[in-house]
Ligand binder design. Sequence first.
Ligand code: SF4
Ligand code: SF4
Length: 119
Amino acid sequence: MSRNGILVDYQYCTGCYSCEIACQSEHDLYLGQWGVKVIENGPWPIKDKDGNETDQYVYDFLPSFTKVCDLCADRTAKGKLPSCVHHCQASCLKYGPVSELVADLEAKPWQYLIVPPRG
Ligand code: SF4
Ligand code: SF4
């Protein structure tokens, strides 16, 4: 039987932090304890074609999964999606068998795959 994991498409992560809150709420975590933590990198000014800084800025956001994550084993045992996946409005998070997610991983850059031990 294939293990399960979450494919993270961080190219389209908006930094809304819904995944963090969904996990904290689902698992009643301590303050400052995270199953998934969104790393914010930036902002940097966007440069124009001549290399001059504009008044526009860009952020990078990276949802980072921790060792707390058990892939929402209680939810998935009932046929539900992991809470963070369910609440990601930007559809950056995809849950499923690793064998299927690897095919999606091959098809597009700016992604990574997380496979917790209990997946
Ligand atoms: S899969 Fe569940 S336990 Fe893991 S980060 Fe998402 S909400 Fe938290
Ligand atoms: S819920 Fe989705 S879009 Fe929002 S921070 Fe998490 S991964 Fe990014």
